[in-house]
Design a protein around this ligand. Structure first.
Ligand code: FAD
Length: 377
């Protein structure tokens, strides 16, 4: 019997299993997908996360293939409204490290046990001294089970309706594209326009991620691409409009579970909390869940005594960080919604003043400086 079963080999489950294995814990990972997923979702890793991952060596591997984004700019109609200076943060990593999620997962998987793939967990039953995990073709048991199985696995661990949900009306178009060289290749850009926001983030090898607020319309691939091209042209990104070849689309919701542990069962990452990708903190939250939970589980297994006070504090702090990140994501979305010309004028005039007046507050909030994990270092 392993000491820990981790359900889900996404980035969060992979980090947790690597951290446990590094301490000599016997850990199994059960993953429903036969192969690791390819598409890119999260691209930004923040200062607090990079600091938390240093001990296991993941930070060096991540930074080796990442762009270090030290500065962000808010623009409107080609005019600079204000800057967000990550390089002025008082941290060992004064930047946002950007790389595709698949590259992040590969860097996190060094030292992690190979996942048992093609195993879809269908039931999880905690009892007095362990937790039983059921899949179609097997049953397993471990003293501790951690569920890191993303948004689709909530019904395994929560009563239907127990996690609090907020649905947002917003939809976004997204693409990652190779671009011709440009002077602002390492600057994050937020173009605010009366028709809605366009965000543009550097990625390695001359690529950029574009995300545009979408008024909606046909979901045909060609129609999505045309709408994103129009958004790019209207916001001064004509060269990018010519370079992109596809556009995906996503909707947004916010979900927060009532709890992240019950006895010997813990729940982390997107299974416990889902926030808007606008703001780019969902993966960071999950990685910080894993990085801060691992030492508590190791202590529990090595001493044989549940660190119940520390686990209770961990749970309160993680839920509080998820709540804060969810609120920040909601503020970001509000700033990026379409506005009438007059309201847009007021908003863009005040934004520059706010960015200048608040100094490091905005970059610190983006860099997860509010997270409980940041206060511990
Ligand atoms: C468009 C988009 C852009 C984003 N951008 C950012 C960003 O820039 N920065 C950021 O921080 N976050 C971002 N996010 C959020 C980020 O991608 C997620 O928070 C992150 O992937 C969550 O990781 P996870 O390991 O918790 O879940 P997942 O990545 O979903 O992994 C869960 C794993 O569990 C497996 N699994 C599921 N059910 C079962 C089961 N029953 N049995 C066994 N295995 C199972 C799945 O196959 C999967 O491999 C973005 C999200 C989207 C959609």
């Amino acid at each position: 019997m392993p000491e820990v079963i981790v359900v889900g080999a996404g980035p969060v489950g992979t980090l947790l299993s690597a951290e446990l294995a590094r301490a000599g814990v016997d850990v199994e990972v059960w993953e429903r997908r036969p192969e690791r997923g390819g598409g890119s979702r999260a691209i930004g890793l923040h200062a607090t996360t990079l600091t938390a991952l240093e001990a296991g060596g993941a930070t060096d591997r991540l930074l080796a293939g990442a762009v270090r984004v030290r500065r962000g700019e808010a623009r409107s109609g080609g005019r600079l409204l204000g800057t967000v200076r990550f390089d002025r943060l008082d941290t060992r990593h004064p930047y946002v490290a950007t790389l595709p999620q698949a590259a992040t997962e590969a860097a996190l998987s060094v030292g992690a046990p190979a996942a048992e793939r093609g195993v879809r967990v269908t039931g999880i039953r905690p009892d007095g001294d362990g937790v039983t995990v059921t899949a179609a073709d097997r049953e397993g048991r471990a003293p501790i089970v951690v569920v890191a199985a993303g948004v689709g696995a909530r019904d395994l661990v929560y009563r239907p309706g127990a996690p609090a949900r907020t649905a947002y009306p917003d939809r976004y178009l997204m693409t990652d594209a190779a671009l011709p060289p440009r002077p602002d290749a390492e600057t994050a850009l937020v173009h605010l326009a009366p028709g809605g926001v366009l965000e543009s983030f550097p990625l390695p090898d001359g690529h950029r991620r574009f995300v545009a607020w979408d008024a909606g319309g046909s979901d045909e691939p060609r129609a999505r691409l045309d709408r994103l091209r129009t958004a790019l042209r209207e916001r001064g990104e004509a060269a990018a409009a010519d370079s992109i070849a596809e556009a995906s689309s996503f909707a947004v919701r916010r979900v927060l579970a009532p709890a992240m542990r019950r006895g010997r069962l813990c729940v982390i990452g997107d299974t416990a909390h889902e926030i808007s990708p606008i703001g780019g903190q969902g993966l960071n939250l999950g990685l910080l869940d894993a990085a801060t939970l691992a030492p508590l589980l190791i202590r529990w297994l090595r001493t044989g005594t549940e660190p119940s006070g520390s686990l209770g504090r961990w749970e309160r702090e993680r839920l509080s960080s998820a709540r804060t990140a969810g609120r920040l994501g909601a503020v970001n979305m509000r700033l990026g919604r379409p506005l009438g010309a007059a309201a847009h004028g007021v908003m863009t005039r005040s934004l520059g003043t706010v960015l200048a007046a608040t100094g490091s507050l905005v970059p610190r909030a983006y860099a997860m400086g509010f997270d409980a994990a940041a206060r511990r270092r």
